[in-house]
Design a protein around this ligand. Structure first.
Ligand code: MF3
Ligand code: CO
Length: 282
């Protein structure tokens, strides 16, 4: 089983440290969402997040990551861009579908989270297409929560992919080229988290596992390509895409969504998933 032996299981005290990093990511994304407006560039959004993270004594985890070194604090992926869009001089327009992904390191521990939203304001987009965009965004978010609620001790890792795939059904394209991951003292750890059903059900989930759950959905065909900047992932057919992500800890008594301001309490309760007492006492 891929990665079964390399999973880093965290103690409750280590999860508390990850929560501190997760809250900085949550605050950075909240600040970006509040700033989102037509006429801003994607680089402007990047500065909002960078200043918040650095101001809180944390380090942006995407900056200089990988090869070629990723050049920014955020990934800002617009319309047909799925993930890993590099912020820069691109000007946002009302009605654009914008996915914002953010990671930070505090005291050696990582948080990683993303949301997708429509740029507010008077949009020239066809109302029917605008409705589909919002449905795409909402379905992606809900599929993430279904995946999170499937993180249950004793169940297998692929329960997450089954939950995401079954929720999405044939309503939208489900990107298979990228997925979620373990997270802890590195941004990307074992195991890789697929957003679809496989024959290999994967390792058993147990307390201490921390996972970034991040489904990506498309309005049309889910096939992707990487642009010439060597980072930006876009749909091949040019249809819009959405991406949501949370970093989640499985504890003995339930889940703690480390990058959600409320610890995931409201959504997990709605879905009937157990919430860890750490999420309500912290
Ligand atoms: N949330 C993204 C991921 O988990 C962030 C990676 S962007 C990178 O893959 F630039 F840091 F690679
Ligand atoms: Co991630």
């Amino acid at each position: 089983m891929l990665g079964r032996d390399r999973i880093q299981y965290k103690t409750p005290d280590q999860v508390r440290l990850m929560r501190a990093a997760g809250l900085i990511v949550a605050d950075a994304l909240q600040a970006v969402r509040a700033a989102l407006a037509p006429g801003l560039t994607t680089g402007d959004l990047d500065r909002v997040a960078n200043e918040l993270i650095v101001g809180r004594g944390a380090t942006p985890s995407f900056l200089n990551y990988g090869r070629p070194p990723y050049p920014a604090t955020l990934c800002v992926s617009v319309n047909d861009e799925v993930v890993h869009g590099i912020p820069g001089s691109k000007v946002l327009r009302a009605g654009d579908v914008v996915s914002v992904d953010c990671g930070a390191i505090l005291a050696g521990w990582h948080g990683d989270s993303a949301f997708t939203a429509v740029v507010p304001g008077d949009s020239e987009r066809d109302p029917e297409l605008a409705k589909t965009d919002q449905d795409l965004i909402d379905t992606t978010e809900e599929s993430m929560w279904r995946g999170i609620a499937a993180i249950v001790a004793g169940e297998r890792l692929n329960a997450i992919g089954v939950a995401v795939e079954d929720f999405v059904g044939d309503r939208f394209g489900l990107v298979e080229d990228y997925g979620g991951h373990g997270i802890g003292t590195e941004m990307h750890q074992a195991p890789h988290v697929l957003n679809y059903r496989t024959r290999d059900r994967g390792p058993k989930l147990r307390a201490g596992i921390c996972l970034a759950i991040e489904p990506m959905l498309t309005a049309g065909n889910p096939d992707t390509r990487v642009l010439s900047d060597e980072w930006t992932v876009a749909t091949v057919d040019g249809g819009n895409a959405a991406h949501w992500e949370h970093s989640v800890a499985l504890l003995e008594d339930g889940l703690w969504v480390l990058t959600a301001h409320d610890g995931g309490v409201s959504k997990l309760t709605e879905l009937g998933a157990p919430v860890s007492s750490l999420a309500t006492s912290a």
